[in-house]
Design a protein around this ligand. Structure first.
Ligand code: HEC
Ligand code: HEC
Length: 203
């Protein structure tokens, strides 16, 4: 498509300004190209219950996750705002177009949408999360991650890493700072049991 060709040709020029542009102006991802690029990712993300070692926790589910959020996450590994060594190394090998294409592939035909009625009772600490992550953990904007259906131990790890400053994000460092260990356990359990994200399969 003409717009894609123009976007690819211009990407080097606008690279330095890319973070200043609103999400809507980002390159459209091509899921078919993303499917091929994602081959190396599936060795971890395509295996249900695959674990990260040291520390031990589940590799996050990416199926149905918001593409705009995944692009931002990959940029954060590349800029070292997130600590994970393998993901830092891999993200640094991907161009902005690669990131957009892979994210479009993992998002799938459509991102997870809210079912409307949450399962179980939101923990008290969750009142502070709803404005962005929804009552049932489905991110209300494409830039906000969906937590619904994510692995419980990964959610705990992410919240502890934000609280400890190991994972840097201006919004989440602030929210996680107020959480106790008990809050983190309850919030992770609540969001993990909502229907949502899935492990992508090579298709
Ligand atoms: C060796 C296993 C492994 C491989 C291969 C791998 N990942 Fe990951 N990925 C992980 C782990 C573990 C995490 C969680 C790291 C953390 O705690 O920050 C992660 C996190 C992510 C996240 C952030 C998810 C979120 O919810 O914030 C994205 C996006 C991602 N990976 C994309 C990819 C892509 C794209 C590839 C291929 C280019 C890839 N990964 C290859 C193990 C892997
Ligand atoms: C103002 C909006 C906002 C609020 C309120 C908010 N979050 Fe977030 N949350 C975000 C954004 C944006 C990110 C992505 C940050 C990043 O890139 O690391 C995020 C990331 C996360 C992640 C990591 C997801 C992943 O896939 O790695 C978890 C877990 C999380 N939030 C839980 C919470 C909890 C629990 C609360 C309430 C205590 C909360 N958030 C409140 C916006 C918000």
């Amino acid at each position: 498509m003409a717009s894609n060709i123009a976007a690819t040709g211009l990407s080097a020029l606008i690279l330095s300004a890319a973070f200043l542009l609103p999400a809507a102006a980002q390159a459209e991802g091509d899921p078919e190209r993303g499917r091929k690029l994602a081959y190396t990712c599936m060795g971890c993300h395509g295996i249900e219950n695959h674990k990260n070692a040291y520390p031990n926790y589940s590799v996050p589910r990416l199926g149905g996750q918001h593409a705009a959020y995944m692009m931002a996450a990959l940029a954060e590994y590349e800029s070292k705002a997130r600590w994970h060594p393998t993901m830092r190394g891999l993200a640094a090998t991907l161009s902005d177009q690669d990131k957009a294409d892979i994210a479009a592939y993992f998002e799938g035909p459509a991102p997870v949408t809210s079912g409307g009625t949450p399962v179980g009772t939101m923990p008290a600490a969750g009142q502070a999360c709803m404005a962005c992550h929804g009552a049932d953990g489905v991110g209300i904007l494409p830039e906000y991650p969906t937590l619904a259906g994510q692995h419980e131990d990964y959610l705990r790890q992410a919240l502890r890493d934000y609280r400890a400053g190991k994972r840097q994000n201006a919004i989440m460092n602030g929210f996680a700072a107020t959480l106790t260990d008990a809050d983190i356990r309850q919030l992770a359990a609540y969001f993990a049991r909502q229907p949502g994200l899935y492990t992508p399969r090579l298709r």
